[in-house]
Write a protein that binds this ligand. Structure first.
Ligand code: ZN
Length: 375
């Protein structure tokens, strides 16, 4: 297999802190504030989301009680959302209330950076309570390409310890760590598994996605039955236009479940992709479906992580396409936010109000699909 890139943790999600309604809010962990405003994230300008306490978790995992439901549904079709359909948001929320919500992509960060405050487990859980999120997958970050400060796997494990019913830890190991030998890497991974990790990620290292060192990690994840959440963009887990390397990886490790995230992946929701799109949020209507739907159709060990600006952009750049995409691939899409700093705006919280989905599809996207692949 050839070397590729990580998926897009690059330029995401840091800027929401400055202005909650900033049109340029990015989420994919990326340090570079995206000011292009070319994404549909601009939708948020006209519809700042109000925190809604949908339900509170009662003690045991997953036990939920219907809570107060916000009814200020102003997040629907707006002038900048051609084709957006008006749905009965109150009803949609109330129905969704009966279903658990598992966020497949959040972070904890130990130090301030990029003008963002740190985020610890207490802060994360408080935010989850405020937004009706029952449980969340907490991803580690350890590569310089991933974030300016590392959120190491041992630190993540320590942080989530007080919240075993709410926070599900993933660990990561930069593939270049193999410079210390494969045994050293396996020893680390085995220790993390013993400490209860539910998967591997966020894999966001500055190597091609099919780099032999990364492939050794995939083999180990197959051995330990860990799903892998990866970020692919122009500087991490790199691939080319058309995602040939990504496909090679997914096809070569059929026993591993891959959760695909970030720009390089989501740009391919449409057929017309240029090299610059691998690190961007291409906008506009989708005339011809791209590699994302094709690969989801072909590989059942591949999932789309809807978190980050990249995931939201893919769904909202052409709302009619987004609706059909969600319906068609509901069994392989995973709800996630990429929440990474206090106060971050997270458009995904509007997903089930904005799109009209059958209950079975909502259940699958909200928690069922991810539950099915966790270790
Ligand atoms: Zn992330």
């Amino acid at each position: 297999m050839t070397p590729t890139r990580d998926d897009g943790s690059g330029p995401t999600g840091t800027d929401s802190q400055a202005t909650a309604t900033s049109a340029a809010t990015r989420r994919d962990d990326a340090p570079s504030p995206d000011v292009s405003g070319s994404t549909n994230d601009g939708d948020r300008t006209s519809s700042a989301r109000e925190p809604i306490r949908r339900r509170v978790l009662e003690g045991a995992a997953g036990a939920v009680a219907a809570g107060t439901v916000g009814t200020t549904g102003s997040v629907g079709a707006t002038a900048d959302e051609p084709g957006g359909e008006t749905v009965d948001r109150t009803a949609a929320r109330q129905e969704a209330d009966g279903l658990p919500l598992l966020d497949g992509h959040v972070h904890l960060i130990p130090e301030s950076t990029l003008g963002r405050d740190p985020l610890d487990a207490d802060g994360l859980v408080a935010w989850m309570d405020d937004n009706g999120i029952d449980r969340a997958v907490v991803l580690a970050l350890d590569s310089p390409e991933a974030y300016p400060v590392p959120a190491s796997s041992p630190w993540i494990l320590e942080q989530v310890e007080p919240y075993p019913e709410r926070l599900l830890p993933f660990c990561t190991i930069d593939p270049r760590t193999i410079v210390y030998g494969e045994d050293a890497v396996e020893e680390l991974l085995e220790r993390y598994v013993e400490r209860g990790i539910r998967g591997f990620g966020e894999l966001k290292a500055g190597v091609p996605i099919d780099d032999p060192r990364a492939e050794r990690i995939y083999e180990l994840c197959a051995e330990y039955e860990l799903p892998i959440l990866f970020h692919t963009d122009e500087k991490a887990m790199m691939d080319e236009v058309g995602l040939p390397r990504l496909e090679d990886v997914v096809a070569s490790f059929p026993e591993v479940d891959f959760l695909a995230h970030a720009h390089g992946w989501w740009a391919h929701v449409a057929a017309d992709v240029e090299e610059a799109d691998l690190g961007d949020y291409p906008d506009g209507e989708i005339d011809e479906p791209g590699r994302v739907p094709a690969l989801l159709e072909r590989y059942d060990n591949l999932y789309g992580d809807l978190s980050g600006i990249s995931g939201w952009n893919a769904l909202t750049r052409d709302p009619a396409f987004g609706q059909a995409f969600l319906e068609t691939h509901a069994e392989q899409l995973i709800f996630g936010t990429d929440y990474i700093y206090p106060g971050q705006e997270v458009p995904q919280l509007e997903l089930f109000e904005r799109f009209d989905l059958e209950r079975s599809a909502r259940e699958a996207i909200r928690s069922g699909n991810l539950e099915g692949v966790l270790r």
